[in-house]
Structures are given as structure tokens and as C-alpha cells.
Design a protein. Structure first.
Length: 153
């Protein structure tokens, strides 16, 4: 008798494992992306029609968005994309940056240690996203950079 609950538990665990593997295969078949390489990200950037792509290192590339240089970095072992835009030589104030953070979603801004304004955005791929979400993220970065550059002169 004591073996019956153990056998049942092992059978349930096996079914859950098979179901999980089947679900993962199904997501992959639907084109769900849960990891990116720098080169795959470069393909998305090219697909969105951004300017020249410069490879910085194994995880980072830069491109121009609305004339501004933006760094895109693959982080967390390929499970997220980090966008960075910084300006120098501005008279940006903490108030302007705080206003940005209060009013604008999906990004964060701050004044760095040199007194320059910085804008950052992240895309979390863990759990999987559709390719359109990656393209939408790049469009959001472009729009945010353009607006941020105009607001923190």
C-alpha cells in the first residue's frame, strides 16, 4: 500500500514534465522568442530600418535612432535587451528628469555621475515574447529617445 502514493506522485510528475516540454515546443513553433543573441538583435534593428549598426562587443551594438546614437545590449544570458541613450553638454535639470519619470512609461531617466541625462529601457524576454513585441520595443526606444532628446536640451 505505501508504494501506491509514490507511484502516483512519480506518474503525475512525469505527466507534468511531458506537458511542460510540449508547451515549450508549442511556443517555439509559434515563433515565441525567449532568448536573443547580439546578431539576432541586429537583424531586428535592420528590419526596423535603423541606420548603421556598429558592433561594440559580444553583447552590445549601437545604432542611430532619429540621429541619436543608442546602445542596445543583450543581458541576463540573452533573456533581456537593455537600451541606453545618454547626452552630454546639456543643461538638463533634475526636475526635467523627474518630470520624465513621472509622466512617461516604459523607461527610466536619471542624471549620471557626470551630470548628464541618461535614458534607459528594458525588454524582458523571459517566458517568451512574439517577434512583434521586439519590433515594438525598438520603435518605443526610437520614440522615447527622440522625445527625451528634445526635452532635456
Amino acid at each position: 500500500m505505501p508504494l501506491r502514493p509514490l507511484v502516483r506522485s512519480v506518474a503525475v510528475a512525469g505527466l507534468l514534465l511531458v506537458a511542460s516540454a510540449t508547451a515549450a515546443a508549442s511556443l517555439a513553433a509559434q515563433g515565441v522568442v525567449s532568448r536573443l543573441t547580439r546578431d539576432q538583435l541586429a537583424d531586428y534593428v535592420k528590419g526596423e530600418g535603423f541606420g548603421t549598426i556598429e558592433v561594440q562587443d559580444s553583447v552590445t551594438l549601437t545604432t542611430r535612432m532619429e540621429g541619436w546614437k543608442v546602445a542596445l545590449t543583450i543581458t541576463s544570458g540573452g533573456e533581456s535587451v537593455y537600451a541606453y541613450f545618454g547626452r552630454t553638454g546639456t543643461r538638463a535639470t533634475l526636475r526635467a528628469v523627474n518630470d520624465w519619470n513621472r509622466d512617461i512609461r516604459y523607461s527610466r531617466a536619471y542624471i549620471d555621475e557626470d551630470g548628464d541625462p541618461v535614458l534607459e529601457l528594458d525588454l524582458d524576454l523571459a517566458g517568451g515574447v512574439m517577434p512583434e513585441r521586439i519590433r515594438d520595443f525598438l520603435r518605443t526606444v526610437r520614440q522615447s529617445v527622440s522625445r527625451f532628446a528634445a526635452e532635456v536640451k
